[in-house]
Design a protein around this ligand. Structure first.
Ligand SMILES: CC(C)(COP(=O)(O)OP(=O)(O)OC[C@H]1O[C@@H](n2cnc3c(N)ncnc32)[C@H](O)[C@@H]1OP(=O)(O)O)[C@@H](O)C(=O)NCCC(=O)NCCS
Length: 312
């Protein structure tokens, strides 16, 4: 057993195709002013035919490994958080491992929807601490555009595609978690993709759930990490709606924290949203080494997971 685990690097894949609110299909019957005022979204990235959950994952994870100077052959475990694989079986993690050149890695998918990356990060830290893996790649990757009903303005305006990755290794000082997680299967109908169907979303019900439930989960994650919200340098919630993010930040009292706003030009990328935001904030200097960041994922299931990490 090692005493702790830490993130050593992030990587990202943002599809090159930018779709602004005015570029959305006219059949949606929506407009830029409505979308911006209700969600904060100005544009999102939509993957092309040559970009898949697996290829975007491999790109993001390859960049994270290169950034940390780690040989992909040394990766012991690949965890892929996604809910938008085009196939029910197989999952995508093994293909990501192969594409990376992680020849001896274990690999499995995690479907906890928009909370998936936080579940994966916690599982990665546990595997490192338990000694079952020395180097773990955690990816959140989604191609939700495949699963959109492009005639449904209540959902199609929200989502985007992309992938973000983190590499987790052992550390003398614990820098990931502990996690505070939970679920409520009685709310499973709020967000679903039925067999053979497209994504359904009860937006107002999810909005109410998020604005009444997330504050308590966030505070418990801080307590578990031995800090108060005022000690946070960063708040990085799942990028679902800027109004949810703003309400959370206000109610939390994280007065010294920079709050992630990646949704504005990325949309809601489900499991990818938190690592994408972290990768960008690390690259542009808003997240600095040693900063304490609250990550808070929530989504279909319902599932949720919050944990405090130290920025590499
Ligand atoms: C989806 C969401 C933006 C909708 O915003 P809202 O303020 O709740 O809007 P409502 O669904 O109550 O609809 C209000 C009105 O706007 C209309 N409307 C809905 N979407 C619209 C759009 N894209 N453009 C224009 N009008 C729209 C509705 O038809 C309704 O009109 P009506 O009053 O004439 O019936 C919001 O509920 C939300 O973000 N929820 C959280 C979703 C989420 O985070 N999901 C993923 C979690 S992982």
């Amino acid at each position: 057993m090692t005493s702790g685990a830490r993130i050593v690097a992030f990587g990202e894949h943002r599809p090159p195709r930018v779709v602004g609110n005015d570029d959305l299909p006219a059949a949606l019957g929506t407009d830029d002013a409505w979308i911006q005022s209700r969600t904060g979204i100005r544009s999102r990235r939509i993957a092309g035919p040559d970009e898949s959950v697996v290829s975007m994952s491999a790109d993001a994870a390859g960049k994270a490994l290169a950034g940390a100077g780690i040989d992909p052959a040394d990766v012991d475990l690949v965890l892929l958080a996604t809910c938008s694989m085009p196939t029910q079986v197989p999952g995508g993690a093994a293909q990501v491992a192969s594409a990376l050149g992680a020849r001896s890695a274990g690999a499995f998918d995690i479907n906890a929807a928009c909370a998936g990356f936080c579940y994966g990060l916690s599982a990665a830290a546990d595997a490192v601490r338990a000694g079952t893996a020395r180097t773990v790649v955690v990816v959140g990757s989604e191609k939700l555009s495949d699963w959109m009903d492009w005639t449904d303005r209540r959902s199609a305006i929200l989502f985007g595609d992309g992938a973000g990755a983190a590499v987790v290794q052992a550390a003398s000082k614990p820098s990931i978690g502990p996690v505070v997680w939970g679920s409520d299967g009685t709310l499973s109908s709020l967000i679903d993709i039925p067999a053979g169907g497209k994504l359904n979303l009860d937006g107002p019900a999810v909005f109410r759930w998020a604005t009444t439930s997330l504050g308590d989960i966030a505070r418990r994650a801080c307590t578990a990490a031995g800090i108060t919200p005022a000690d946070l340098d960063l708040v990085v919630p799942h990028q679902a709606n800027l109004r949810i993010i703003t309400a959370l930040a206000r109610s939390l009292g994280a007065t010294n924290a920079v709050v992630a706003d990646d949704i504005v030009d990325t949309g809601n990328t489900s499991a990818a949203s938190i690592p994408l935001a972290l990768a960008r904030m690390t690259a542009d200097g808003r997240a600095r080494p040693g900063d304490r960041a609250l990550l808070l994922g929530f989504g279909a299931g319902m599932t949720w997971a919050g944990l405090v990490i130290e920025v590499p």
